[in-house]
Design a protein around this ligand. Structure first.
Ligand SMILES: Cc1cc2nc3c(=O)[nH]c(=O)nc-3n(C[C@H](O)[C@H](O)[C@H](O)COP(=O)(O)OP(=O)(O)OC[C@H]3O[C@@H](n4cnc5c(N)ncnc54)[C@H](O)[C@@H]3O)c2cc1C
Length: 316
């Protein structure tokens, strides 16, 4: 029998995350193909093992802080000792640091952006999203214990199933340079941009914070909300919860209007689910026009007030 397939269990506010359960579904498929067992690795609260019944066994080390440094050190230690065939790590903001660190410590590849994984005649082959979703690559893992960063949504979540067997494991951690202090989440009452039908996205082309009023007026006229590209969030003109893109939110509005955004892949990655995309940009060669259904090659300071007035007039 081949060595086991592992899933690193990710936890947030005392619960196992949905992505972990998705990885257990995928891990079960791969374990079935390679004739091996599926194990979850739980680094923290042992009581959460009850949610991981989709695995054959849960390896639990209870003394690990939820910091990338501690999780990586613990995972690397366990991999060295037990030599799994592969480790599936959630490719999320919570876990990607830990996965990359552990792979570096083990000197094994970290294949990230995986949306699928199969065992093909004993070799694990991952289907990976590269260049911000522009291309897909099939990556074969030729090294034992390769780590795979698997994207959220790769499978449906596994149901908890029966209580799994739990194996307590001990890890020795280096002295912590980073300590977990508290969870930080978006301010309560803020707009949830992932749930909006209409979004007005503002980019660096807006120039100043005062000019944000133009976007607010258009959003109010259309019954939508304002979000932004990273430079606008970095300036503090919108909260972090309003950033769209690779390191922000994935949105799926019916209408997404982009004002003064160049169309960098990291931004476009966040709007794959938008139904109609309209871009306003003074630069006719801006890449944003390749990613939009309608392009307005003009100055936003002329277009936006006129558009707002036209919407208001239409609505009466
Ligand atoms: C690891 C990583 C993660 C990242 N994650 C994200 C992310 O999640 N989200 C994100 O947005 N970015 C992200 N970025 C940054 C990204 O690469 C771009 O730098 C950023 O998206 C550019 O923002 P922008 O389009 O607003 O600004 P710019 O690229 O500076 O574009 C401004 C645009 O405004 C146009 N313009 C100027 N004046 C006007 C006017 N008067 N009227 C109309 N158009 C005008 C210009 O022609 C230009 O095209 C990330 C980068 C990295 C490396």
């Amino acid at each position: 029998m081949a060595s086991n397939i592992w899933v690193l269990a990710e936890t947030w506010r005392g619960q196992v995350t949905e992505t972990t359960l998705e990885l257990l579904t995928l891990g079960r498929e791969v374990a079935g193909q390679s004739g091996s067992q599926l194990e979850a690795v739980l680094l923290g609260d042992k009581s959460l093992a009850a949610s991981l019944g989709a695995a054959d066994n849960v390896l639990c080390a209870a003394n690990v802080e939820p910091t990338p440094e501690a999780v990586a050190a613990a995972l690397a230690q366990l991999v060295k000792e037990r030599q799994p065939q592969a480790v599936l790590v959630p490719w999320t903001n919570l876990s990607m640091d830990a996965g990359a660190l552990a792979a570096a410590q083990l000197n094994v590849p970290f294949v990230n952006g995986c949306k699928d994984l199969k065992s093909d005649a004993g070799t694990l082959v991952a289907q990976c999203v590269v260049y911000g979703g522009k291309l897909e690559a099939a990556v074969s893992a030729t090294t034992a214990s390769t780590l795979f960063g698997v994207l959220p949504g790769s499978r449906s979540a596994a149901s908890p199933g029966n209580a799994p067997t739990v194996t307590d494991v001990a890890v020795t951690l280096p002295e912590a340079k980073v300590k977990f202090t508290k969870y930080l989440e978006p301010e309560a009452g803020g707009v949830d941009i992932t749930q909006q039908d209409v979004l007005i996205a503002v980019g660096r082309g807006i120039q100043t914070q005062d000019n944000m009023e133009l976007a607010n007026d258009l959003a109010a006229a259309l019954g939508g909300a304002v979000c932004g590209s990273r430079p606008v969030i970095d300036q503090g003109w919108l909260p972090l919860s309003c950033q769209v893109g690779k390191s922000g939110m994935q949105v799926k509005p019916k209408l997404y209007i982009m004002l003064g955004i160049s169309g960098a892949p990291e931004h476009i990655e966040g709007i794959k689910g938008a139904q109609v995309v309209v871009a306003v940009n003074t630069d006719a060669a801006a890449p944003v026009f390749n990613a939009s259904h309608y392009g307005i090659n003009a100055d936003l300071f002329e277009v936006v007030p006129a558009l707002t007035e036209a919407v208001k007039a239409k609505k009466g």
